[in-house]
Every structure is written in structure tokens, then in C-alpha cells.
Design a binder for this molecule. Sequence first.
Ligand code: GLN
Length: 434
Amino acid sequence: MSDLNAFVTRETVESDAEGPLSGKSVAVKDNLSTEGLRTTCGSAMLEDYVPPYDATVVARIKDAGATIVGKTNMDEFGMGGTTETSAYGPTRNPADQSRVPGGSSGGSAAAVAAGEADLALGTDTGGSVRNPAAFCGVVGIKPTYGLVSRYGLVAYANSLEQVGTLAPTVHEAAELLDVIAGPDERDSTTRDPGADAECASAADGDVEGMTVGVVSDLIEGADERVVETFRDAVSDLESEGATITEVSLESLEHAVQAYYVIAMSEASSNLARYDGVRYGVSANDASGEGSPDAGRGGNWNDAFARVREKGFGPEVKRRILLGTYALSAGYHDKYYKKAQDARAWIARDFDRALSEADVLASPTMPVLPPKLGESLADPLQLYLIDANTVPVNLANLPAISVPAGEADGLPVGLQLIGPAFGEREIVRAASAVE
Ligand code: GLN
């Protein structure tokens, strides 16, 4: 066993089915429900929670013959970008163990990068598949909103998140996506992408005639070493026959603010279910030994507060407080409604840019992977490293992170963004980058 701490629970679930994933090991992020297998979401609140059913994506990989090798570590409820907010300790980056693997699907990316699993499932609300893929030097796909079922995904921010795939190569990440994609009657936001949606075959490395729009707004302010590696990879695409243009999306400067208002608002509502009655730490466990309430839960508000004080970590508490504030009467129009307006503007801006280019390109992350412990002290700094990934979730678009090279011996990821249900376009362009 390695000391990366990539898994919260290591347990093997074999499948009797024969299919495209036969002989493949898959690591599953710990916010995807697995029947009979503990699902913690990286939280002490769900330390003992064992779901009675499989998420649709889990059922689909089992039907395709995959062997599940465990549940991977993550930022608590997906809230973070470094896998350090987990109640089960941080995961280490296999490329440099003194550094974070990115997050929140850091365990999934580290497991694939270290060869502890052939493939992995993650989830991406604002970058959580692409960010750790970039930091660990693997491929990560965040599908178009509605391509993959969210049934059985423990919700953080429903309107933003999708299940995504992580793999050593573009082709394998696309193959796993083909297995999990497609309509599900249990998630009414899923869409039928149509007959020609299969995307693994698009990984043919052929970018001849394709137009790639470099998003200038997502390069300003990025680490120079990242920008240099990114520019080199873009020049390679050009020499392979792609046309490179520059595009600018003015709305993007508001993306981080809009994202955090929306994500925290949805989170504050979703996390209300952890009340010690239906899920999570029970009120009895949370009442102090010898307290008058011990053994009987006591007053509802007190019991609710005790459960949440004990079960949630600081980042989760911060977000519930801010989200509740943003939605409260008197502030709703000032914050939540404004954020929704910004979201609509960002979506329109992408539509325009994607009418001028087949795919858009940027560095996936504006920075190199931070040292462990470095970014936790300043939450705002941590939120800003999401600048290049969150716009994609706000616009419901597909994006992929593919290794672009290294800077100072650390992996750098290149992000390609496509039009809605344009997974084949981003897979094609990404396969030319590797
Ligand atoms: N870092 C972002 C956040 O904390 C994105 C997380 C995610 O995609 N789950 O919200």
C-alpha cells in the first residue's frame, strides 16, 4: 500500500459482467454511492454511512465489467481544490509528495497517476476533475451538463456538477465516459446526446482544419512557467494543422464570484439534510458525556447544532454560513440574483466565442501544484485558483484537461472547452496535444 492516502476505503468489488471495462480497475470518488460500500464524501458526518444502492454511473461501470478498487479521498463534500479539507487527511501528489494532488477529486487523480487504478471516476462542480488531472499529470473530462446521470451522486451544487472521468490517456478517459454517458430516467436533467455521441473514436489526433481559440482572459495573471508550457503545446497544435486565434470573454472576470455565490447557496440547502436523524452523526453521539441531553437528543435546535458542529469541518461550515446569507431575505437580489445574471452573461459569451472557434484553450490551472498546507490558510486565495475551470460549469459546457508538459518538474494541464455536447471536438483536439 502506498502512502499517498488516495483512498478513504480500499475494497475490491468484482463484476461478473463482460464488457468494455473487463479487466480494468476503476477507483470511485467517495461521493458516488456504492451499494454496501461505505461512502463518506470525505466527511466525518458520513463516517459510517453505507448506501443501500449504487449511483447510476457505478451501476454502469459494473455492467461494463469494471473491477472497483476502492473509494477515493476528496475535499469534504467536494468543497476545495487541493484534497486537504478531507476529514481523512490530505492526499499526496505522486509527482511530488510534498505537494497537493489538486481537488476535490484528488484521490481519484493520484490513484490513476500512481498506477493504483487504471481509471477513475470523479465529480466536477467547478473544476474538481480537471484541476487534479492537471496537477497529477493525467487526463480529466468534465462532460456537458446533462450528459451523465447524477443519480446517486451526493449533491454539493446540483446545477453545476457532473460526474467526470480520469485516465492516463485521452482515449481511455473518453472510453470510460462512453460507458457512463446517456439518459437516465432517475435524473430528469439527463439528455439523449444523439446517435453519434460516442467519443472514444474521436481520439484520432487529427486537428487539421480545426480552429482553436486561445482565451486571453484566462492567461493574464497565470504563473509564467505555466503560460510558457501552455504556449508551447498550442504551437504544437498549430504545427499539426490547427488554426490558432485569440478570443476574449469579458464576462469571465466575474466568474469566480458568481460561482461561489451559486455553489454556496446550493450547498447550504443540500447540506441541511445532515441533521443527525436521516443521515450522519447521531444527536446522541454528538451530545457530550454527562450532558443533560446525553442519550435522548434533547431540544431539536440544540441537537441539530451539535451534530453539525461535530460532523462538519471548517470549510463546509464557512460555505453553509455564506450560502445561507446569500439566500436570505433582503440579500437574495443583491447576491444570488446578480450571480445568476452573471452566469447567463458568461453562457452567452461562450456561445459567441464558440461560434468563432471549434474549441477554446487555456491553462487548466493558473498555478503549479502548491505545497501541502500552503493554501489552507487563505480561503480566498484557494477560490481564485478556480478562475479557469468554474466558467465552464457556469455555462454547462464540456471541457477536458490534458497534460501539456512539465514546468520545474511539475505537471501542467491544458484545458480545452467545447460547445454543449461537443465532447468529440475536445477529445479530438486533446488527443493531438498528448
Ligand atoms: N474548488 C471548487 C470548489 O471548492 C470546485 C470544487 C468541485 O468542483 N467540486 O467549489
